[in-house]
Design a protein around this ligand. Structure first.
Ligand code: F6P
Length: 257
């Protein structure tokens, strides 16, 4: 039996904040745990609702790709905010070949909804070290990297490490490294073990772990039981984290602690 009323969710989110040691937990209701699509939609709605309060005209908003971030942005569709002073940027290079899931595509859609400025990052998610160092000298990339350093709100997805390694098409050697180092989570191109220690990082242009740790409003959005361990791991990275997840995951984490 799951809680579906606001009071139940609120109380559960406060318990989870304490258990995870993070700033805030926002929980979305799950009416039918079998229906992943509906659950992700609810998650998106809950995150969009909270983000609306967090974003201002002077915000520099970084976003990652993925289906969950996409569902957050879809939920903004009916909002009528106009924030001409705000700026949206992709926090990392793109992933895979499903264009609609790439951060760039989401940045453009989100910026059009909010009537704000945006920047795109045209770089593959995986690059050689040499390619990265020469790209970092390009004036446009330099300007974007400077903006990334000043991100005030980061909306990002969390993935299960193996699922993401496969989605990104990592090679056998890289998958071997991730496996042998017990990676459970992936976020913004970094792989982490259960303790939230970084075990692998894919080479690309974008936000670094050090920069992530200084962000004032990091908002993680991830749901579904398959991401439970990944979510717990990412919560160890930043005490100021705002986690938007669903009640099924919340219950499972609380049962473990
Ligand atoms: O690829 C971008 C990204 O945000 C990853 O960092 C994250 O692991 C993944 O997407 C989450 O994807 P989804 O929301 O589709 O599960």
């Amino acid at each position: 039996k799951y809680f579906q009323n606001r009071t139940g969710l609120k109380e559960m989110s406060q318990r989870l904040e304490k258990a995870l040691g993070i700033r805030k937990v926002i929980l979305s209701p799950v009416v039918n745990p079998e229906d992943q699509t509906a659950a992700q939609k609810e998650l998106g709605k809950a995150a969009a609702h909270y983000l609306k309060k967090l974003i201002h005209n002077d915000s520099i908003i970084g976003i990652t790709g993925g289906t969950t971030v996409q569902s957050v942005i879809d939920s903004f569709r009916h909002e009528k905010d106009h924030l001409p002073g705000a700026m949206i940027l992709p926090a990392r290079g793109g992933v895979g070949n499903r264009a609609e899931l790439q951060a760039n595509t989401l940045v453009e859609r989100f910026a059009n909804m909010l009537g704000c400025q945006y920047k795109l990052l045209f770089s593959p998610d995986i690059l050689s070290k040499d390619a990265i160092s020469s790209l970092k000298n390009e004036p446009e990339i330099k300007a974007l990297m400077a903006l990334i350093k000043n991100i005030t709100v980061l909306l990002f997805g969390i993935g299960d490490a193996m699922t993401m390694a496969t989605r990104r098409g990592l090679n056998q050697e890289e998958i071997g490294i991730i496996n042998s180092r017990d990676a459970v989570a992936e976020a913004f191109g970094h792989y982490f073990n259960r303790e939230g220690e970084i075990v692998y990082e894919i080479s690309t242009i974008g936000i670094s772990l050090e920069q992530f740790k200084t962000i004032e409003n990091p908002v993680a959005v991830a749901g579904g039981l398959g991401k439970k361990d990944a979510i717990v791991s990412i919560c160890k990275l930043h005490p100021g984290l705002i986690l938007v997840t669903d009640e099924v995951v919340a219950k499972a984490i609380l049962n473990d602690t």
